[in-house]
Design a protein around this ligand. Structure first.
Ligand code: MTE
Length: 392
């Protein structure tokens, strides 16, 4: 096989799947979500849940939500198509549209700009989709399409200001370099100019202090803090200032939410929806795990809670089906767009079966609902979390 062929992502994936049939038993830590399919060996991504085989979609097991910053190999990956077969040497970023001076930057030029860091919880809008009833089509994410990292890179506003945004510039469009399969539309989305000019919106080149990995958008991605993950375009190659919101598949019909609550299973007209922006309030129990058998005595219930552009005000725990709630202790580490780890010291009154629940409230007064607002695309699942445990 030629080097060029070896370089092809598609061939790599085919090889990986074939190899996995043989080597699955050599990776006892690898978790597989779809029982009939073979496990796949992806370098450096052991223990992740593989949600899609064709394009790489990896979910973090919730027990990884025990560090404030998620290590990169444990950070979920969401790809709509093939990752680019890039050569970083000829990568460039063009800035154009409604600007006075369009220009382009090489990676070297980009790296000379002033660097800013933001700790951000990145969550896929579809996280938790698999928990909606009735079920909706799409990747059946469990609870782990979310992670927190320190993203670093130049501010988007510095680059836009250098180009000189015209008064007609109302939205900023990002184009990714993904390898587009067949007739699938390219990954292009836009954000309003106000969010683009925010001091914390970045052209990120680093994650947790290291250059971005391929899965997470190397060499540069947009980082739109507090917003759904889809806003943070990976493998960024073009920034274009527009006089109106971008029109395309990943803005509509993709990533839109009904304007009014809908009955589960009900269809929604496109004109009755709006584009998703900031994340909502949510908490997840990282431990004990669902179905765990626990020794009696003092037990730690712990997890993470986040709220997009808002801060977490409190996390409450119930061990009696929601009749009584007690406040969990919030972790010391915090940043505006980042999750708070939390823990609760629980002493079960007697042995038996318990349903443990966690419920977060944020600085805007939003509280996790008992039932998440069903919508036809299964976005923004944020129901009160629960696990069932047995105390011996
Ligand atoms: N950018 C490009 N170019 N292509 C993509 O498929 N997926 C988006 C976003 N940026 C995507 C993209 C979605 S839906 C999410 S949730 C985040 O990237 C996931 O980022 P991660 O894979 O680094 O965790």
């Amino acid at each position: 096989m030629t080097f060029e062929a070896m370089n092809s992502k598609r061939i790599f994936l085919k090889q990986a799947s074939a190899a996995a049939l043989i080597t699955a038993s050599a990776h006892p830590m690898l978790t597989w979500a779809l029982p009939q399919e073979p496990a796949v060996s992806l370098p450096g991504e052991q223990s992740m849940v593989l949600r899609s085989f064709r394009f790489i979609d990896l979910e973090s097991p919730v027990e990884y939500f025990n560090t404030w910053l998620t290590p990169v190999p444990h950070f979920f990956v969401r790809n709509h198509m093939y990752e680019p077969i890039e050569t970083q040497d000829d990568w460039s970023l063009t800035i154009g549209g409604e600007v006075d001076k369009p220009f382009s930057l090489s990676l070297r030029e980009l790296s000379r700009l002033e660097i800013h860091s933001v700790v951000n919880t990145l969550e896929c809008a579809g996280n938790g989709r698999g928990l909606y009833r009735p079920q909706v089509p799409g990747i059946q994410w469990g609870k782990g399409a979310v992670g927190t990292a320190r993203f670093s890179g130049p501010r988007l506003r510095d680059v836009l200001q250098r180009a000189g945004v015209k008064s007609t510039g109302k939205h900023v469009m990002f184009r990714g370099l993904d390898e587009v399969p067949g007739k699938v539309p390219p990954f292009i989305r836009s954000i309003p100019i106000e969010k683009a000019l925010d001091v914390d919106t970045l052209i990120a080149t680093h994650m947790n202090g290291s250059p971005l990995s391929k899965h997470h958008g190397a060499p540069a991605r947009a980082l739109v803090p507090g917003w759904i993950g889809a806003a943070s375009c990976k493998w960024l190659t073009e920034i274009k200032v527009l006089n109106t919101e971008f029109v395309g598949n990943f803005m509509s019909p993709g990533y839109r939410f009904p304007n009014q609550p809908v009955k589960p299973g009900e269809a929604v007209k496109p004109e009755d929806t709006h584009p998703l922006t900031a994340l909502t309030v949510k908490s997840v129990i990282a431990g004990p795990g669902d179905g765990a058998s626990l020794k009696a005595g003092r037990l730690a219930i712990h997890g993470a809670a986040w709220a997009g552009e808002a801060d977490i005000a409190k996390v409450e725990i119930s061990a009696d089906g929601g009749t009584t709630w007690s406040s969990a202790k919030l972790g010391r580490e915090q940043a505006h767009y980042a999750w708070r780890l939390w823990s609760f010291d629980w002493k079960p009154p007697k042995s038996g079966e318990y349903t443990l629940q966690s419920r977060a409230t944020d600085s805007q007064g939003r509280t996790q609902p008992a039932v998440a607002g069903w919508n036809p695309s299964g976005y923004l699942y944020n129901a009160i979390d629960e696990v069932k445990v047995r105390v011996l």
